[in-house]
Design a protein around this ligand. Sequence first.
Ligand code: ZN
Ligand code: ZN
Length: 485
Amino acid sequence: MSVSSRASLALAVVLTAAISSGAGAKTHKPAPPAPPPADPAAVATALRDKALTDPTAYAVVESLTTEVGPRLEGTPAAARARDWALAKLTALGFSNVHAEPFTIPSWIRGAEAAEVTAPFPQPLMILGLGRSVPTPPGGIEAEIALFHSYADLLDAPPGSLAGKIAVVTQPMTRAQDGAGYGALGRARFRGPSEAAKRGAIAYLLRSLSTSDSRSPHTGRLEYAADAPRIPAAALGVADAELLDRMAARGGPVRVRLVLNSTSSEGATAWNVAGEIPGSETPGQAIVIGGHLDSWDPGQGALDDGAGVAITTAAAKLIGDLPRRPRRTIRVVLFGAEEMNYSGKAYADAHMTEAASLVALSESDTGSGPLWTLQLPKGAAAAPSLKPLASLMAPLKVVVSDQPALFAGDDFGLLQIGSAIPVFSFRPDATRYFDIHHSADDTLDKVDRADLNQSVAAWAALVYLLADSDIDLRVLAAANSAGGQP
Ligand code: ZN
Ligand code: ZN
């Protein structure tokens, strides 16, 4: 029997019971016998197969990108995203739908421009990095010091960049696991302060991009406390290569940079959550989610409308079952991931309930397809999770031998602070960084089949975890003590 026909049968049973008892009836017929509990693996299989053609996830990301669009924390659009999320989770049947506010500094982009002024004047495409200070009103015009790798910049001695604009043009490696971004991320986070420590007055970074599109890719920087705060922006890939060619000719290259932004303390952001309550042990929760905020140039479709859609749709499909799983499933849509504030807010608010949280996992690397699943340490051999390998096989998702180590940026502090077990689905990131944090992060990049493959895998695993009484902490401890791998 399919899930939907079982749902119809259950509804019919409830309706028949309600009708036969009659409103205000004085006598009660015995309640109909409860249906026998279904085999969890069979339910998970049906969920998986239903998800492959279910329209919910695509409808969610289509709605978010169309009706809200870009939604950087601290902007008016973020408040609209909060309202959208509250309405969407409610409409999809979630319980306990609410927003948890917290205070953040805001940063709002203004007009930006850059150009080569000598020796060959021409415009450059740039995008200011998140949290960058603005330039003076007239901009900064200076000679560049160009480095072909971030390591070369770090090798430059103190004072050697005095009065110059530091430029790093290291290209990013394309990789299925996104390793190229991990390797080069520090050039964006820390590069501005490292350049400033060496005397630079501004910083330009070749976009952390695997695309040949000219659209720059933004992202936040992290100023060090012991360095001057200098303006910083990402160059389009083609523009970085242009500066490489000009620098190769040997003479000085001069660039003018104008960055405007406004920032203020005391803005509000929100983590929005909703739950599918458990049928037997609702006090225990599997907590999943994505982040609701997005960078400002695109529509936040892959980052992270897809993660919002995948986790919301997976939980909604489970909530539609005629018999809900034993444990609660909570979906959290984080409100300030890009500037890295919502993880701390969530940890601060929920550390006290850590013991009741069964497992954590976040979806924040686009719309798939998934290619591997890492389980909590020691979990793969647990009887209730044994069906996973065959459940995932038709989806081309490999259950990894390696345990999951990290639940995601927004669960990180909660996970580390309380040792909550985590699992991790890894999407194929081969093309993700063509789009990530650029104006090209738009709905047309979301592939419906890949998105639904992700929903199918998430729904099957989350259902098995939620309908079991598996204690992942015990399994992890046994594994650490030399027990089952
Ligand atoms: Zn993200
Ligand atoms: Zn992002």
